[in-house]
Design a protein around this ligand. Sequence first.
Ligand code: 2AL
Length: 173
Amino acid sequence: MDMEKVNSMDFGEFVDVFGNVIERCPLIAAAVWSQRPFSGLEDLEKHFSAFIDALPQSGQEGILRCHPDLAGRELQRGTLTAESQREQSSAGLTSLGAEERLQLAELNARYRARFGFPFVLAARLCDRDAVLRELARRLQRPPAQELRTALGEVKKIGRLRLADLLGGDPARL
Ligand SMILES: NC(=O)NC1=NC(=O)NC1=O
């Protein structure tokens, strides 16, 4: 999809296409639409990130809470968004053994109890061992630092999803 097409979208079309760039937060795409025209993938990504950075902490934590757990209930029930399903299966999370799933569920629960939001990681960039390792490592982090790290992962997920939508190479951003 080229930028001329993106810049010609009306509000509804834009939110239809970009509404899930940030998982289950179509409000962000709805806000970013008013920043058109966009010069390219990086410009779009910059506006998505700027919206997140400008939110109060409660809003930033709200974005994190819109993310489904990795290998959690929604994955088991098949109620993930299409993007999340693809990302979680690419990290091998759809074929975990019972032991691994239990270990991840327990770490996810400890993480959420400590920080008040779910553990978020750009699953496409990881394999299942890395997910467990990162979760165990970040569980020890100070809350303020962990909020910044988690939002960084939200932005990575968003960049990869934007690159999918625009047909760009996420590594080249
Ligand atoms: N809690 C999460 O990290 N969720 C997710 N990471 C992804 O890359 N896709 C998700 O749904």
